[in-house]
Design a protein around this ligand. Structure first.
Ligand code: 5AD
Ligand code: SF4
Length: 452
């Protein structure tokens, strides 16, 4: 089949749910389809092909996806299209998890692909266009790290750089190891070379991506080499270097030292703790204790006193008592995070925790969740106050959603920073540049200032 011929000049729109890895996978899909002559458009209405990149970490994401897909049925094709119906494709983690069953449930879906076969997407779409019957391909595992696919970055100044895929940890609530497979690392040379290319292209910020970046390299080198990798990527001269996600059990002293020793490693770390109760951490198979976690936080703050920490919390894990929840609440209070992503536990079929009985009533869990969110907001507000009066370098990313005369960008600590566009300055000249901002006011979720 001549894939290019079928895709040439077709319009497509990608809708992405879930984590940064999915967002990056979407960039690869856009890059590939463009290389076949297809055109990316920004809405379903303008598109002949809609691709959903999906997440199955929690049930809510799945329900939302199915509603969203069903609602497309009533949206007509763009004027002038030669198709008799829109091609709808589902990929990512739900594609991997449900495969052909999705077609039975959503008969107007034309293609399904999983997390291991991004490179087949153009061919699957071409097949669906040609044969008018559903094309499904879901592989069990990747043969090798998919590094050579083209990518279309959403913004020219920031890049995601995958260093590993998959996860070996099997936290008992988590479906990721089942849909993303075992951890597979890219070689150090390969990653460093891509980082260098990005720097040469003028990229200002690189975020290294992996389900657990701290165990990077264990499969290739017999031991984690993440600290070495950080040093090598730092040496490319990239202005800002970030990474996600870190598992506390694998965060080494060498990686902690990088926050002190490598000036381009930004002072921000996402370090999911999930719970502050040792009993629950054990049931989650997290393999660290509250005390160990607090020890790491101390070391991080010694190495980098102004580091901004963020975390993930699951409320209502099966068997969570009021005391367990209180332990989590107290931990959040004690650490004082800049940002906490709070989730209500959602049982995922096939994971060990899904077999546990949930004896806490829904209202009790909701009430705990609300209590925690209030604390998170108060602590985030407090954490931001230390920056009032400071002068900070801000990477300009766009304008405020509410007011297009206000610039929006990111501080080294990854806070959103707003500042009025200086008179006589063109927004386009500022996009992707780093400017000095003096902070006048700190809110819960952003800082307000002015460009110096
Ligand atoms: N239920 C609720 N939250 C979950 N997470 C992962 N699995 C589940 C689940 N079954 C959360 C964890 C993880 C984040 C990405 O999603 O907090 O860190
Ligand atoms: Fe899921 Fe745990 Fe792996 Fe994170 S470390 S992806 S929570 S299994």
């Amino acid at each position: 089949m001549t894939t290019g011929h079928h895709l040439d000049n077709r319009t497509f729109h990608v809708i992405t749910f879930g984590c940064q890895m999915n967002k990056h996978d979407s960039e690869r899909i856009v890059g590939m389809l463009e290389s076949y002559g297809a055109r990316q458009v920004q809405s379903v209405e303008e598109s002949e092909i809609v691709i959903f990149m999906t997440c199955c970490v929690r049930a809510a994401a799945e329900t939302r996806l199915k509603g969203h897909v069903a609602s497309l049925k009533n949206i007509p094709l763009p004027e002038g299209s030669t198709l008799d119906q829109r091609i709808i494709a589902i990929g990512g983690c739900i594609g991997q998890n449900e495969a052909g069953a999705l077609i039975d449930e959503l008969p107007h879906v034309s293609a399904v692909f999983g997390t291991f076969n991004l490179s087949s997407v153009p061919e699957l779409l071409a097949q669906a266009l040609e044969t008018h019957s559903p094309a499904v391909e879901v592989l069990e595992a990747a043969d090798e790290f998919p590094t050579c696919l083209p990518s279309h970055r959403e913004v020219p100044w920031s890049a995601w750089l995958p260093i590993s895929i998959g996860c070996n940890n099997f936290c008992t609530y988590c479906i990721v190891p089942y849909v993303r497979g075992r951890e597979k690392s890219r070689t150090l040379e390969d990653i460093t070379a891509e980082a260098q290319t990005l720097v040469d292209q003028g990229v200002k910020e690189i975020t290294l991506l992996g389900q657990n970046v701290n165990s990077y390299g264990r499969d290739l080198y017999g031991e984690p080499r993440f600290a070495d990798l950080l040093k090598a990527v730092s040496d490319t001269g990239i202005e800002r270097l970030r990474f996600a996600t870190s598992h506390p059990k694998d965060l080494t002293d060498e990686v902690i030292a990088a926050f002190r020793d490598l000036p381009n490693v930004m002072p921000a770390l996402h370090l999911p703790v999930q719970s502050g109760s040792n009993r629950i951490l054990d049931k989650m198979n997290r393999r660290y204790t509250r005390e160990h976690y607090l020890g790491i936080v101390n070391k991080l703050r010694e190495a980098c006193p102004n580091i901004a920490l963020s975390t993930d919390i699951i409320v209502g894990f099966p068997g969570e008592t009021e005391q367990d929840f209180q332990d989590t609440y107290d931990l959040i209070d004690e650490i004082g995070y800049h940002q906490v992503f709070t989730f209500i536990y959602s049982p995922r079929e096939g994971t060990p925790a899904a077999e546990l009985t949930q004896d806490t009533p829904r209202e009790v869990i909701q009430e705990r969740f609300d209590r925690l969110v209030n604390l998170v907001q108060a602590k985030a507000y407090d954490a931001n106050q230390v920056d009032v009066g400071a002068r900070i370098p801000v990477l300009i990313e766009g304008v405020s959603k509410r007011d297009s005369s206000i610039l929006a960008g990111k501080s080294p600590k990854n806070q959103t920073v707003h500042a009025p566009i200086p008179e006589g300055t063109d927004l386009d000249e500022l996009l992707g540049t780093i400017v000095e901002v003096e902070v006048d006011e700190a809110k819960t979720w952003y800082l307000k200032g002015h460009i110096i």
